[in-house]
Ligand binder design. Structure first.
Ligand code: CMP
Length: 136
């Protein structure tokens, strides 16, 4: 049974700053993802705080929100079968040190904060996150 899904992907400031956003986008396309929506934006810290609200109580929340709003990001809606899970596999572990060979974070991630990409962690959150950035 086909299970076409959409998921939200963010190419984070560390990657956009190094001009590797197109290389990362190509990695998604090579794995069969279609980029159905895309925009390059810079968000306010208050918007980052809303986006990452699930992490509100974590010790890294403030730094995380400062970081995501520190420079331009590329926000994309990716589509394919099992997009949510396959995107997580392609990104690799949150900490680039733990990410497997062939993953985006292994190849481009600098640290647990500057880990180059964000991806929705469930189908439910994918819908919420897509709506957050592409409501209009
Ligand atoms: P992301 O997938 O965007 O979701 C939340 C982000 O918090 C995560 O990637 C990391 O970049 C960042 N982060 C910083 N410290 C931690 C930590 N100890 N555990 C998980 N995520 C962390």
């Amino acid at each position: 049974m086909s299970n076409i899904e959409q998921t939200l992907s963010i190419i984070k400031p560390d990657a956009v700053e190094r001009n590797i956003d197109n290389e990362i986008k190509q990695m998604f396309k090579n794995k069969g993802f279609s980029v159905v929506k895309e925009k390059k934006i810079q968000i306010e810290k208050s918007e980052a705080e809303k986006f990452y609200k699930v992490h509100e109580t974590k010790p890294f929340y403030n730094d995380l929100c400062s970081y995501l709003s520190s420079g331009p990001i590329v926000v994309m809606v990716l589509e394919k079968e099992n997009a949510v899970l396959d995107n997580r596999k392609l990104m690799g572990a949150t900490n680039p040190k733990d990410a497997e060979e062939g993953t985006i974070r292994r190849k481009y991630g600098i640290s647990i904060d500057k880990n180059s990409v964000h991806g929705s962690d469930s189908d439910e959150n994918a819908k919420i996150e897509i709506d957050f950035f592409f409501r209009d």
